[in-house]
Design a protein around this ligand. Structure first.
Ligand code: FEO
Length: 397
């Protein structure tokens, strides 16, 4: 059965949600599912903005046919070529062979890599600032390279002040009946997933996100229609401010994040003592995670949120405990920077994890690293309490 949402007098959401998929991009856990948004504009011309992932193609086609109600499809605008949005394009072309496909030069290069249908005869190539008139509406295009792929662009309807923002302003999480962010408790129930989505998927490209935000700031935007998650029509500034922070690697919260690995519980015991000391010193906002238990995507998002971080782990195979090493390399790969950190290490012989963790941390920009690494030799001893106090003092300064 079709399942669509009427957003304006002439515009409909025709996307769908997937609650079965375990891993988005086959890497990020999505326990709350994900939505693939697609929109239809019914004007003198009919316009589809992006398609959906293959997994929800049949639902999408049913939605599209219902909204078109027998009309032909004149245009499909491809804001983003990643298959979570364009995998159903071939199906659209098959059903509406006269459709014109709007994209930029890079879009069409990628399209020919993914598909074998005739792209050239359907292609309408646009550049920065170009417009497409659909009758009562004029759509303008702006390039936002690397948010998330090089070909990414956004579409702006100046008449109704709607920005079709591609991956930007998206979030993990299936849509469960409500299409608008103001209909759900976004801060309580969605923000964590929005942060995890943005920081993991495009966290590396802060500069490019900043460039996109600068372009957006020149527009009068009343509604943001992203390709994942709810549509924004209220409180846009609040969400844009989150993007400002994430894309400039500015912490959202004054909070201590303790990330540890522990094989037999001794490193965990040491960080528990440290956490207690921080609590005693008045720290109210402490988050602790066992890196062996929690997927790195959650830890990376938490690192983007907090301003102070403790990394603690045992030495393993003369190196950093593997789960911790993976996390540190993930942080580095995402251009993580601007944090105050302390390092703790453990080992029974040839302890070297701390030095190696610090090498990775030192290669990130603007990291303020506490000089003294606390070394636990198998288990924490009474005479190390002073060293732990010093770490707590450093973090509380
Ligand atoms: Fe949602 Fe970059 O695709």
């Amino acid at each position: 059965m079709y399942c669509v949402k009427k957003i304006t007098e002439y515009m409909y959401w025709v996307g769908a949600s997937d609650r079965r998929l375990e891993l988005f991009e086959n890497i990020y856990p999505i326990p709350k599912g994900v939505s693939y948004n697609s929109y239809v504009i019914l004007d003198e011309k009919t316009v589809l903005l992006d398609t959906v992932d293959r997994s929800v193609c049949s639902q999408f086609i049913e939605n599209l046919e219902h909204v078109l109600d027998g009309r032909k499809l004149d245009y499909v605008i491809i804001n983003h070529m990643e298959p979570d949005h364009c995998a159903s394009l071939a199906e659209v072309v098959l059903r509406y062979p006269e459709v014109k496909i709007v994209g930029n030069a890079k879009t069409f290069t990628m399209m020919k890599q993914f598909f074998t249908f005739d792209v050239d005869s359907r292609a309408v190539a646009v550049k920065e600032g170009d417009t497409l008139s659909t009758g009562k509406h004029t759509l303008a295009f702006a390039m936002i390279p690397m948010v998330h792929w090089p070909e990414c662009m956004v579409t702006y309807d100046a008449g109704d002040k709607i920005l079709y923002s591609a991956d930007a302003f998206g979030t993990f999480g299936a849509l469960n009946g409500n299409i608008y962010a103001d209909e759900v408790n976004f801060e309580q129930e969605w923000l964590e997933e929005a942060r995890r989505y943005l920081t993991n998927i495009v966290g590396k490209y802060g500069t490019q996100i900043q460039a996109a935000l600068k372009k957006a700031s020149a527009l009068d935007i009343q509604m943001i229609c992203p390709l994942h998650g709810p549509v924004w029509r209220e409180n846009l500034g609040w969400f844009i401010d989150k993007y400002q922070k994430w894309s400039t690697y500015t912490p959202e919260d004054h909070a201590v994040l303790i990330l540890y690995a522990s094989i037999y519980g001794n490193t965990e015991s040491a960080v528990n003592v440290l956490a207690g000391k921080l609590g005693d010193a008045g720290e109210k906002n402490i988050a602790m995670y066992d890196v062996s238990k929690t997927d790195p995507s959650y830890l990376l998002a938490e690192a983007f949120r907090c301003d102070r971080i403790v990394f603690a782990c045992p030495t393993y195979n003369a190196g950093i405990f593997p789960k911790m090493e993976t996390l540190l390399l993930e942080l580095k790969a995402h251009n993580f920077q601007n944090r105050k950190v302390a390092v703790m290490e453990n080992g029974t012989w040839a302890i070297s994890a701390g030095k190696q963790m610090k090498e990775i941390l030192s290669s990130m920009k603007n990291m303020e690293i506490y000089e003294e690494t606390l070394t636990v030799k198998s288990s924490l001893k009474d005479d190390q309490m002073e060293a732990l106090d010093k770490i707590a003092d450093y973090l509380m300064k």
